[in-house]
Design a protein around this ligand. Structure first.
Ligand SMILES: Cc1cc2nc3c(=O)[nH]c(=O)nc-3n(C[C@H](O)[C@H](O)[C@H](O)COP(=O)(O)OP(=O)(O)OC[C@H]3O[C@@H](n4cnc5c(N)ncnc54)[C@H](O)[C@@H]3O)c2cc1C
Ligand SMILES: NC(=O)c1ccc[n+]([C@@H]2O[C@H](COP(=O)([O-])OP(=O)(O)OC[C@H]3O[C@@H](n4cnc5c(N)ncnc54)[C@H](O)[C@@H]3O)[C@@H](O)[C@H]2O)c1
Ligand code: SF4
Ligand code: FES
Length: 807
C-alpha cells in the first residue's frame, strides 16, 4: 500500500511550478504529484512573451521545465485540460476531459486573466488580451495581414505589447486613460521622459482617452472614444490590468475576496487547500510580478516539507520595463506623500532622471529613467530598511565601488546569502556565489547556469557586481563583461570584430557578432555607431536613429520640451556684429531666456522645435555643439593681449584649438580651456584638456572634470610652441577616441588606464604624427549640422511642416 501523500497542483504556471521545484529540492519524494495545466504547454516563462513578440526570443527559448523534467521528477502532467471542479469533501478534483484525481493536499496556482473591458464590441475578432502563448501567436499572425494596432492601457504590459507590435511592422497607437503613462509605477517627470522616448521609437499616444466602444462587423475596424473621437484599428490589445483567476475556488466554496484569501503560510480557508501566485490574496494584496510569487512559493514549499519557518510577510516590489532602448526602473513607494522626503537628479543632456523617496531615515522608493544601473542596489536598500541618513548623495548620484565605506560593493557584501538577486528567476545571492565557485566567469555563464538575468534583465548590474565581488577578487583582474545586456562582448572584442570582419553598419555588427537583442538598446546602438564612425571615418554614414534626441535635433531638449540654441563663439571671443545677430534673433523668435553658459557661450533657451531651422538660418553661425558627444567649448582668459600677468596669447591659442577640433566626434563630450598664466583664470585644470601658459611655453593638463565628481587634471607634458600644443592635443584626443569606451569622459578614462600609460603611448614623435593624421582624416568629413539641415528638405521635415520651410 502506497502511503505517499497525494499533492495536486492546479495551474502549470510560474508560481505553482516554482513551488514544486523548491519542494523537490528540500523534500524529494515526499509527495505523489499531479499537475493540471489549462494551456497545452509545459511550464514556460510568461515574462519572456514580451521578448518573443518583439523578436528577441523564440517560443522554444522560454520553456522553463520541458516535458522531460516532469517525467524525471515522476510528476503526472495533464496539459490542455483545466480542472473544472473540486470536491472538498471527497478531496478530489475533476478536469474538463473527465479525469478525476484524489488529493491529500491541493495547491491552487491558477494565476490571472487579462482584464477585458466590458465594452460594446469587445467580442469582435481581433480584440485580445496579452497573457499567454496563444495571444502572442495571434498577434504575430495578425501583423502579417494587418497594419493598424491599438493597445488600450499604457502600463507595463501595454507598452511592451506596443513595442513588440512595432517590431512586427504595425503602426501602433497606445490609448491611455490618464495623462501620464505607467502612472502606477512612475512619477510625472519619468513618465514624460518615457513617453518622449517611446514616441521617438515610433509609438503614438492618445492620453486622457476613455474607450467607449469597439466598432466593426465581425472583425474590429476601430475604436470610439467617450469624447466622440475615433481611431481606425485592425487589432485591439487590451492591457488594462489583470483579474486573479478565482472561478474554480469560488465554485468550490473556498473563501475569496479579489483573490483567494490566504494566511502567512499560503493556507486558504479550507484545510489542506493552499493557494500561491497571482490568484492568491495575502493581507489584502494580490501581486502581479513574479518576485513576490516566488517568495510565496518558497514559504509554501517549506510548509509542505514540514519545515518550521517564518511565514510570508508580504513584499515590496520593483519593476523594470522590458523595452530595448529604454531604461526605466521603479520600486516601492515612488510618489511624494506626507512625511516623505524626495530627492531628484535630472540630467537633460543624457536623458537621465533619478528620484529617491525617504521616510524616517529609510529609503522607501525609487524611480530611475535613462540609467537604471543602481536599481537593484537601491531595491536591496529599500528591502533591508536600514538607515540611509548621510548617504543620500551616493544613493542619488550612483554607487561607486571603492569610493566610500558605504559604496556599492559594500551593499553587495552585506547582502544576506538568501536574498533574491534575480526576482524573475528566483536566484539568490548565494546561488550566484555557488555558480562562480563552480567556475562561471562571465554574465553569460552565470545566466546559463542559474538563469539569473535571463528574463527582464533588471538584475544584470547586480549580477555583474556579484561576479566582480566573487570572481574579480579571486583572479585579481576585473571580469570582462558585455557592453550592455544585448551582448556578452566587451568593447575590445567588438572593435576587433568590426575591424577584422570589415563590418560597416550597426545592424551588421549586431547580426554578425550575435547580439541577443536584435534591435539592440540605448546603450549599444549609439556605442556601435560611434565605434563604426571612429574606425571607418571616410566611409561610415552616421546613423542618426542611433543617437540621442539632443544629437538628432542638434539642440538641447529642455524639461518643458523646448530646445536651446548655442551658436559657436570661438574661444568665447565675440563681436558686436554677432551680438547684434543673436539679439535680433532672440527678439524676433521671442526667446524667453538668453544666458551666458559656464563655457563663455550665449545660450538661447526655450526655443520651439519648429523655430530651430529659422533661428539657425538667421544666426548664420556654426553650431556650438552644446548638445553632443563632441568638442563643446574652448574657454579662454584674455591672456597677454590685455592682462598684465599674461605670458602667452590665450585667446589666440584657444581660438586655434577650437577651429581645429570643432565637430569632433568623441566617445563623450570634451571641454577645453586655455589660460594665459598659471593664475589659471580659465580654470583649465578642471577641463578634459587644459592648456596653461608658463614662462616660455605651455603646460598641457588632461583628465580634469568640474562636474559631479570634481577631478583635477594631471600634467601630460610641457611644450614650447603653439604648434606643439596643437600636435599634442590632436594626438591625445585621437588616442582617447580610439581607446576609451563610448560615453566615457576623459576623467574616467585617465583614471581607469592611468596617466602613465597615456604618456608612454604618446611619447614617440612618430606615433603622435600618426594619431594626428587620423584625427585630421576624421575631421575632414565633418560638416556643420545646422547648415546641413537647413539645406536638406528631407531633414527639415523633422522640424517643420513643409509649407513653412525656410529656403
Ligand atoms: C507579457 C507579460 C510580460 C510580463 N513581464 C513580467 C516581468 O517583466 N516581470 C514580472 O515580474 N512579471 C511579469 N509578468 C507577470 C508574470 O508573468 C506573472 O506575475 C506570473 O506569470 C504569474 O504566475 P502565476 O503562476 O501566478 O500565474 P501564471 O503564470 O499565469 O500561471 C497560471 C496557470 O494556471 C493555468 N490555469 C488557470 N486555471 C486553471 C485551471 N482551472 N486548471 C488548470 N490550469 C489552470 C493558466 O492557464 C496558467 O497557465 C508578465 C506577464 C505577461 C503576460
Ligand atoms: N516589465 C514588467 O514587469 C511587466 C511587463 C508586463 C506585464 N507585467 C505585469 O502584468 C500585469 C498586467 O500588466 P498591465 O500593464 O495590464 O497592468 P497595470 O495594472 O500595471 O497597468 C494597466 C494600465 O492601464 C491603464 N488603464 C486602466 N483602464 C484603462 C482604460 N479603460 N483605458 C486605457 N487605459 C486604462 C491604467 O491606468 C494602468 O496604467 C501586471 O501585474 C504587470 O505588473 C509586468
Ligand atoms: S590666467 Fe593669467 S593671463 Fe589669464 S587672465 Fe588670469 S591672470 Fe591674466
Ligand atoms: S530580475 Fe528580471 S531577469 Fe533578473
Amino acid at each position: 500500500m502506497n502511503h505517499t501523500k497525494k499533492l495536486v497542483l492546479v495551474g502549470n504556471g510560474m508560481a505553482g511550478i516554482r513551488t514544486l521545484e523548491h519542494l523537490l529540492k528540500i523534500a524529494p519524494g515526499a509527495y505523489d504529484i499531479t499537475v493540471f495545466g489549462a494551456e497545452p504547454h509545459p511550464n514556460y516563462n510568461r515574462i519572456m512573451l514580451s521578448s518573443v513578440l518583439a523578436g528577441g526570443a523564440g517560443l522554444q527559448d522560454i520553456v522553463i521545465n520541458d516535458w522531460n523534467w516532469y517525467e524525471e521528477n515522476h510528476i503526472r502532467l495533464y496539459t490542455g485540460d483545466p480542472v473544472i471542479a473540486i470536491d472538498t469533501d471527497k478531496q478530489q478534483v475533476r478536469s474538463r476531459s473527465g479525469v478525476c484525481v484524489a488529493y491529500d493536499l491541493l495547491l491552487l496556482a491558477t494565476g490571472s486573466n487579462a482584464f477585458i473591458l466590458p465594452l460594446p464590441g469587445a467580442d469582435k475578432d481581433g480584440v485580445i488580451g496579452f497573457r499567454d502563448i496563444h495571444d502572442c501567436e495571434m498577434m504575430m499572425e495578425t501583423a502579417k495581414a494587418y497594419k493598424k494596432a491599438a493597445v488600450i492601457g499604457g502600463g507595463l504590459l501595454g507598452l511592451e505589447a506596443a513595442r513588440g507590435l512595432l517590431n512586427l511592422g504595425m503602426d501602433v497607437t497606445v490609448i491611455h486613460i490618464h495623462e501620464q503613462i505607467m502612472d502606477r509605477q512612475l512619477d510625472e517627470a519619468a513618465s514624460s521622459m518615457l513617453r518622449r522616448e517611446l514616441e521617438e521609437q515610433g509609438m503614438t499616444f492618445l492620453v486622457n482617452k476613455r474607450t467607449a466602444a469597439i466598432t466593426g462587423r465581425r472583425r474590429v475596424e476601430g475604436l470610439k472614444f467617450a469624447d466622440g473621437s475615433g481611431l481606425e484599428a485592425d487589432l485591439v490589445v487590451m492591457a488594462v490590468g489583470i483579474m486573479p483567476d478565482i472561478e474554480l475556488a469560488v465554485s468550490a466554496g473556498i473563501p475569496v475576496n479579489r483573490g483567494i484569501i490566504v494566511n502567512d503560510y499560503m493556507e486558504t480557508g479550507i484545510p489542506g487547500i493552499y493557494a500561491v501566485g497571482e490568484c492568491a490574496e495575502h493581507r489584502g494584496i494580490t501581486y502581479g510580478l513574479v518576485a513576490p510569487l516566488y517568495e510565496q512559493g518558497g514559504v509554501l514549499a517549506q510548509r509542505l516539507a514540514g519545515i518550521e519557518a517564518p511565514g510570508y510577510r508580504g513584499s515590496v516590489t520593483s519593476t523594470k520595463l522590458k523595452i530595448s532602448g529604454v531604461e526605466v526602473f521603479s520600486a516601492g513607494c515612488y510618489q511624494d506623500e506626507p512625511g516623505t522626503r524626495s530627492l531628484r537628479y535630472q540630467d537633460e543632456l543624457d536623458g537621465v532622471y533619478k528620484k529617491i523617496v525617504i521616510k524616517d531615515e529609510q529609503l522607501i522608493g525609487a524611480v530611475l529613467f535613462g540609467d537604471t544601473s543602481d536599481g537593484a542596489k537601491l531595491f536591496s536598500l529599500i528591502k533591508s530598511g536600514e538607515s540611509v541618513t548621510g548617504r543620500e548623495k551616493e544613493l542619488l548620484l550612483g554607487f561607486n565601488p571603492g569610493q566610500s565605506e558605504t559604496s556599492g560593493s559594500l551593499v553587495l557584501e552585506q547582502m544576506p546569502d538568501d536574498e533574491i538577486v534575480c526576482g524573475c528567476n528566483g536566484v539568490s545571492k548565494g546561488a550566484i556565489g555557488e555558480a562562480v565557485a563552480a567556475g562561471c566567469r562571465s554574465l553569460a555563464e552565470i545566466k546559463a547556469c542559474t538563469k539569473a538575468s535571463a528574463s527582464c534583465g533588471g538584475c544584470k548590474p547586480l549580477v555583474e557586481g556579484l561576479l566582480q565581488l566573487y570572481a574579480g577578487a579571486e583572479t585579481g583582474e576585473p571580469v570582462k563583461e558585455g557592453i550592455c545586456g544585448c551582448t556578452t562582448l566587451d568593447r575590445d572584442a567588438i572593435i576587433d570584430g568590426i575591424r577584422e570582419m570589415g563590418l560597416k553598419s550597426v545592424k551588421e555588427v549586431m547580426h554578425v557578432l550575435g547580439w541577443d537583442e536584435p534591435e539592440g538598446c540605448s546603450k549599444c546602438r549609439p556605442a556601435l555607431n560611434y565605434y563604426l564612425g571612429m574606425l571607418w571615418p571616410l566611409d561610415y554614414v552616421d546613423e542618426k536613429e542611433s543617437r540621442f534626441t539632443n544629437e538628432r535635433y542638434h539642440a538641447n531638449i529642455q524639461k518643458d520640451g523646448t530646445y536651446s540654441v548655442v551658436p559657436r563663439i570661438y574661444g568665447g571671443v565675440t563681436s558686436p556684429a554677432d551680438l547684434k545677430k543673436i539679439a535680433a534673433v532672440a527678439e524676433k523668435y521671442n526667446v524667453p531666456l538668453v544666458k551666458f553658459t559656464g563655457g563663455q557661450r550665449l545660450d538661447l533657451l526655450g526655443v520651439k522645435k519648429e523655430d530651430l531651422p529659422g533661428i539657425w538660418s538667421e544666426l548664420n553661425m556654426p553650431s556650438g555643439h552644446a548638445y553632443g558627444k563632441t568638442l563643446r567649448t574652448v574657454k579662454t582668459c584674455v591672456g597677454n593681449t590685455f592682462c598684465r600677468f599674461g605670458t602667452q596669447d590665450a585667446m589666440g591659442m584657444g581660438i586655434r584649438l577650437e577651429k581645429a577640433f570643432e565637430r569632433l566626434n568623441a566617445p563623450s563630450k570634451v571641454k577645453l580651456a586655455v589660460s594665459g598664466c598659471p593664475r589659471n583664470c580659465a580654470e583649465a585644470t578642471i577641463k578634459d584638456l587644459g592648456v596653461v601658459a608658463i614662462d616660455g611655453g605651455w603646460g598641457i593638463y588632461v583628465g580634469g572634470n568640474g562636474g559631479i565628481k570634481v577631478r583635477a587634471a594631471e600634467l601630460l607634458c610641457t611644450v614650447k610652441t603653439e604648434d606643439e600644443v596643437m600636435e599634442w592635443t590632436g594626438a591625445y584626443l585621437q588616442y582617447y577616441r580610439e581607446q576609451a569606451d563610448w560615453n566615457e569622459r576623459t576623467a574616467h578614462w585617465v583614471e581607469r588606464v592611468g596617466l602613465e600609460s597615456i604618456k608612454q603611448a604618446l611619447a614617440s614623435d612618430e606615433t603622435r604624427k600618426q594619431l594626428v593624421g587620423r584625427i585630421e582624416e576624421a575631421l575632414s568629413t565633418a560638416t556643420d549640422p545646422w547648415r546641413e539641415i537647413i539645406e536638406d528638405r528631407e531633414q527639415l521635415k523633422n522640424f517643420v511642416q513643409l509649407p513653412e520651410l525656410i529656403q
